[in-house]
Write a protein that binds this ligand. Structure first.
Ligand code: FAD
Length: 239
């Protein structure tokens, strides 16, 4: 069935980083929507109706009354949202769709989510839902950032880690000065680091989303580097 397009006003706007912004799109009165955590919406401006772009929901299916997306300043749409979108603006929204979904059933799965930059957006939704529902699902996010200043959702993830003993937010920084006081991991995500996170491989599902080069890198690492079966990896390419 064709998805509906709905006019929504932008509510709260948060600059997560100097180049990354979360916008909240407010559902109109009496609007209700069943969707799944991990899906994406498509957005466009009323004055540029032919130019539509997809954005993963960074809010989860339990967040009602609005959708949130987290956008990096990149390309035409990414730049227009980060630089211009503000509270009170109207955007058109094509309702959620997509199959980049967390495997919460049966309980006992371990989701290993490989992310860099804004590719972490849907994983915020995964962890929010698992935490609020107190699910028996382990989630580990392996996040690559240039420096400690480039970690999206750092505070929220640290809070969620305290609340949910099954969630781990592991960060590696790739471009820190040598004398930086960061005592966490440095360097790129590699097969050894991913391997360290795996308990029972049979119950593990790997995820990666973001620009195509990141997906290629993650697939090589997991499928070729670790010899994991393709059925145990779910990816979403942003183009
Ligand atoms: C399912 C899905 C989910 C997505 N979720 C998110 C999300 O959560 N957050 C997010 O930020 N993005 C997300 N994206 C990407 C998003 O849809 C846009 O593609 C992105 O914001 C860039 O905007 P644009 O397509 O208008 O860029 P375009 O203007 O079409 O540019 C596309 C790319 O080309 C590069 N480019 C443009 N012009 C030049 C040039 N002259 N020289 C060199 N390079 C150039 C741009 O930097 C950009 O990387 C998602 C995409 C998909 C398919």
């Amino acid at each position: 069935m064709a998805k509906l397009r709905v006019e929504m006003k932008i509510g709260k706007v948060v600059m997560e980083l100097p180049d990354t912004k979360t916008i909240r799109l407010m559902w109109p009165e009496d609007y209700e929507m069943d969707f799944l955590t991990g899906q994406f919406i498509t957005l466009y401006w009323p004055h540029k109706q032919k130019y539509k772009r997809a954005y993963s929901l960074s809010s989860c299916a339990l967040d009602r009354g609005h959708f949130e997306v987290t956008v990096k300043r990149d390309g035409k749409m990414g730049t227009s949202i980060v630089d211009w979108a503000e509270e009170g603006d109207t955007m058109w929204v094509i309702e959620p769709t997509g199959k980049f979904l967390p495997v919460y059933e049966p309980p006992g799965k371990h989701l290993i989510c490989i992310a860099g930059g804004s590719g972490v957006t849907p994983f915020r939704a995964y962890v929010r839902e698992a935490t609020r529902r107190k699910l028996e699902t382990d989630i580990t996010i392996l996040y690559s950032a240039r420096t400690t200043e480039d970690i999206i959702f750092n505070e929220e993830f640290r809070e969620l880690e305290k609340e949910n003993p099954r969630f781990k937010f592991r960060v590696t920084c790739t471009r820190l000065d040598e004398d930086d006081p960061w005592d966490g991991r440095r360097g790129r995500i590699d097969a050894a680091w991913v391997q360290e996170q795996i308990g029972d491989l049979a119950d593990t599902v790997f995820y990666s989303c973001g620009p195509n080069p990141l997906i290629k890198f993650s697939e090589e690492l997991v499928l070729e580097g670790l010899g994991v079966d393709k059925k145990q990896m779910i990816v979403e390419k942003w183009g």
